[in-house]
Design a protein around this ligand. Structure first.
Ligand code: G6P
Length: 614
């Protein structure tokens, strides 16, 4: 949610790296973008509404190539609006001190109204409606000659969350960055230092990075990085090596990141599985969980928290853990969980699911669960992310960077990781060796089975043509396929802007069926698992109301096809894998519908990939 980039060099112009960095971070927010550039003559600010490409055009016009060299220091921002409309005035960087100080910020300043009122009383004039602008003025107000101290003094007055970067014409060559609740990574290049909200904006320059922790403030100059606490005490942070390369965050010939990431799934899932299945014992290894058999055996209840697609993966997890490990599971929307004064304690195991590892509500749920003494694990994709670090134990998905705002490969990787976790927990309890063996061999087929669904891409594109005009869609599934229906509906809402709802197949007749007509198609999840016949009965009810029904069916299931208007085939699997193959088909379906409707697929309106505000 909002992307920040900062660049500091002795020799290289900051303009190119800042714009490149912003375009890599655009998935974090894209309603406006801006840069502040520093030279010996002072600061220059350029801001633009809309996407980074528009800012790049503005810079092309305003700043000829020959003038760029003198700007070797700068900060930049791409915004997802929270306080104030997406206008140029509200775009970052925000300035203070008569344009001598510029600041970019990701997060929310909760006490901004009080701070603003105080500053206004002292005569400060505000130019925007944002919460961020108070930060810029506060830093300016505290600047008595030491830039780092000024930022620290300002931040001590602030309640809320921030990842920020600031520069000032009074402090040439210096950039101060700070983090609390919003991620910030520092990349250490040979000659340059790059700062960004995540490593995707850094890997083009260096793989050596420092992940700042909450409460860290850093002074960055072309000579290096000095990290301090808010009380100005030096702190040491390890330099780590990122294992992503540039290819992983580029489109590689695909038209969109979404389709690239859908097609990456066989490889991504092979990476999720690598070295984690223990065929000799019919179980999974998952050393990162760091839980002894005794601790696992003592678990009385599981709570799986997440948001969006991660929540849907968690709902699949309920069926997996309950059937394989005989343990009751509550999947909980993370925000609802954290504010419900949750009843969790030492007998409970809380699993936080998050692709980014930065979602504010999921992180808060983790902290609340730790406070209440529960066992807490993170299942995250982004290595070194806040949830992964604070949970302290867990399973990395290793699905590679996910850039498309709509999540695809992270979902299948999450379900795969949950399945292995359920297998491991099951084998410490009642799950037999034979059942464990069967699951190990089934799980190892996941990459191939997903590959088989991808072979249906052309067929799915053809079916999508028949449904692309619908303005309302219902997705139905039962049991383990109910969360798959929710995920199918979410994908189509996110990327194709079609109103869609996911329902338990049996629930449709308790109200929503009133909305069915020949113009309101239904997508039914009909993989051949127990309960399918009942869902087929529900399909008949829909057909009797003239609703076209598209079924996701097991290959060769003629009896299911006979009652459907259209069908997409997925390979035969056991119950546990049925949501994986079904959702991959629904991802492709949503992608093609969105494409046919001419939608902006990778960056849908109003959304952001990483939601770091509550
Ligand atoms: C945002 C994204 C969704 C994602 C959700 C949770 O809403 O647009 O695609 O599922 O956040 O993100 P997380 O990183 O915690 O999985």
């Amino acid at each position: 949610m909002c992307g920040i980039v900062g660049f500091s060099s002795k020799t290289t112009s900051a303009v190119g790296p800042l714009v490149n960095g912003l375009s890599r971070l655009e998935y974090r927010g894209y309603d406006s973008a801006g840069v502040a550039l520093a030279s010996a003559e002072g600061l220059r600010i350029y801001k633009q509404t809309g996407k980074v490409a528009k800012l790049a055009q503005l810079l092309e016009r305003a700043l000829p190539e020959r003038e760029r060299a003198k700007y070797t220091l700068g900060i930049a921002h791409t915004r997802w609006a929270t306080h104030g409309l997406p206008t140029v005035a509200n775009a970052h960087p925000h300035v203070a001190d008569g344009g001598r100080l510029a600041l970019v910020h990701n997060g929310i300043i909760e006490n901004y109204a009080a701070l603003r009122a105080g500053l206004e009383k002292r005569g400060v004039k505000f130019l925007s409606q944002t919460d961020t602008e108070v930060l810029a003025h506060l830093v300016a107000a505290f600047d008595k000659g030491d830039f780092l101290a000024a930022v620290c003094d300002a931040l001590k007055r602030v309640e809320g969350t921030y990842g920020l970067a600031a520069i000032s014409a009074r402090h040439p060559g210096e950039m101060v960055v700070a983090r609390k609740g919003s991620p910030l990574v520092i990349g250490i290049g040979e000659k340059d230092v790059v700062v960004a909200s995540d490593v995707s904006a850094i890997v083009a320059y260096t793989r050596q990075v420092i992940y700042l922790k909450d409460g860290d403030v850093a002074m960055i100059t072309p000579d290096g990085v000095d990290i301090h606490s808010l009380d100005n005490a030096p702190v040491a942070r390890e330099v780590q090596e990122v294992d992503w390369d540039l290819g992983a965050i580029e489109k590689g010939g695909y038209e969109h990141f979404m389709i690239k990431e859908i097609f990456e799934q066989p490889e991504a899932l092979a990476n999720t599985l690598r070295g984690r299945l223990d065929a000799a014992n019919g179980t999974a290894l998952l050393s990162g969980l760091n839980l002894s058999p005794r601790e696992l055996a003592a678990v009385r209840r599981l709570v799986i928290v997440g948001c969006g697609t991660s929540l849907h993966a968690g709902m699949v997890g309920k069926y997996l853990f309950e059937s394989l490990a005989d343990v009751p599971v509550s999947p909980e929307q993370a925000a609802e969980f954290r504010y419900s004064n949750p009843i969790v304690g030492p007998d409970d195991w809380v699993i936080a699911l998050s692709q980014s590892g930065e979602t504010a509500d999921t992180l808060a749920a983790v902290r609340e669960s730790i406070r209440k003494g529960a066992l807490v694990s993170g299942l995250c994709n982004v290595v070194g992310s806040t949830i992964a670090r604070e949970a302290g134990r867990g399973v990395y998905l290793h699905a590679g960077p996910e850039i498309s705002v709509a999540s695809t490969k992270a979902f299948t990787a999450q379900v795969t990781a949950l399945l292995m976790t359920a297998l491991k927990l099951g084998r410490t309890r009642r799950l037999s060796r034979e059942a464990g063996d069967r699951l190990v061999s089934e799980i190892s087929r996941i990459p191939d089975l997903v590959g088989k669904v991808l072979e249906q891409n052309d067929a799915i594109a053809a079916v999508a043509q028949k449904y692309a005009q619908a303005n309302d869609l219902f997705f139905i599934g039962r049991g383990i396929l109910y969360p798959a229906a929710l995920e199918g509906a979410l994908k189509i809402k996110e990327v194709a802007y079609v109103h869609a709802e996911g329902y338990q197949a049996a629930e449709l007749k308790h109200g929503p069926i009133a909305l069915l007509s020949e113009k309101t198609p239904v997508v039914a999840l009909l993989a051949n698992i127990p309960g399918k016949e009942k869902t087929l009965g529900n399909v008949q009810e829909c057909r009797a109301r003239n609703a076209p029904v598209l079924g996701i069916v097991t290959a060769g299931d003629a009896s299911a096809k006979a009652v459907l208007s259209d069908a997409i085939e997925v390979p035969a699997t056991g119950v546990e894998l049925s949501p994986i193959v079904s959702v991959v088909a629904l991802q492709l379906f949503a992608y093609h519908v969105a494409r046919l409707r001419g939608c902006e697929i990778d960056q849908p309106r109003n959304l952001a990939k990483s939601v770091t505000v509550e």
